[in-house]
Design a protein. Sequence first.
Length: 275
Amino acid sequence: MSRLGGGIGTRGPGEKKLEMDRRLIGKRISVLKEELSEVVRHRELIRSGRKKGKTPPVAAIVGYTNAGKSTLLNYLTDAGVLAEDELFATLDPTTRAVLLPCGSEILLTDTVGFIRKLPHHLIEAFRSTLEEVVYADLIIHVADASNPRMDTQMAVVYDTLNDLGAGVKPVYTLFNKIDLLKEREGHHLWDSRAEKTYCISAKTGEGIEAFAEGLSEFILLGQILYEETIPYTKASLISRIRSEGQLMTEEYREDGIYVKALVPSPLYGKLLSEI
Ligand SMILES: Nc1nc2c(ncn2[C@@H]2O[C@H](COP(=O)(O)OP(=O)(O)OP(=O)(O)O)[C@@H](O)[C@H]2O)c(=O)[nH]1
Ligand SMILES: [Mg+2]
């Protein structure tokens, strides 16, 4: 791998492979850093849109790597997100709007796959990518039902969600790749930590319709997590939250009343526009 060099200023017989590799890796890192900052910018855009009450609820698609998250998003939206049989095909979360059977829209965000032992130097980069789940109203947990280690993988996903501080969010679990299971094999599949459980195939589309109905229900019945400090002048909103939603936390602070509640989407929209 050594290249010929000559003349003044070149390094002896040539550049060693190691040095070339170093340069290439350095370049790759700076490209990835740029992509990451693009992701952060995009996310801030969505968040500021939400503050103004302009964007629909957001569901983050999470799951162990290779579970079929990107395939699912593709199926639902033809988003053209990479669906590849390799680890970390998705480093860049992609958000798409999906029109549900009820006529409402939901934003679906693809995320990078979770794995058991994240290499130390990657943790920071992954963390900022995964922060998307912290801002989601609903977590869609895709599990690979054809994988013999599915239970362990699901536990890793829940541990990661807890680490990210997203452990309290409502979860819909999708047991994916049921096209690979023998008949009846899927019947025992159940996730007690999830609000709802569906068996699907992101490849054939089996079960997707029922899942889409479930999403509609989520929007209509309302389970949107609302977390905000409400100024004392708008304190009357608290009683509305209490009567129409589920008030989980209520703290009287200097700058207002901090609340954490699950609310139906019409009320959610009203809260966004008023606060
Ligand atoms: N048979 C079958 N294969 C599937 C299904 N869903 C996804 N796959 C395959 O599983 C592999 C991984 O799918 P992806 O959608 O890339 O998985 P991912 O969860 O996005 O993976 P990462 O982004 O790497 O975390 C691909 O080869 C898909 O074609 C399914 O329902 N049935
Ligand atoms: Mg993916």
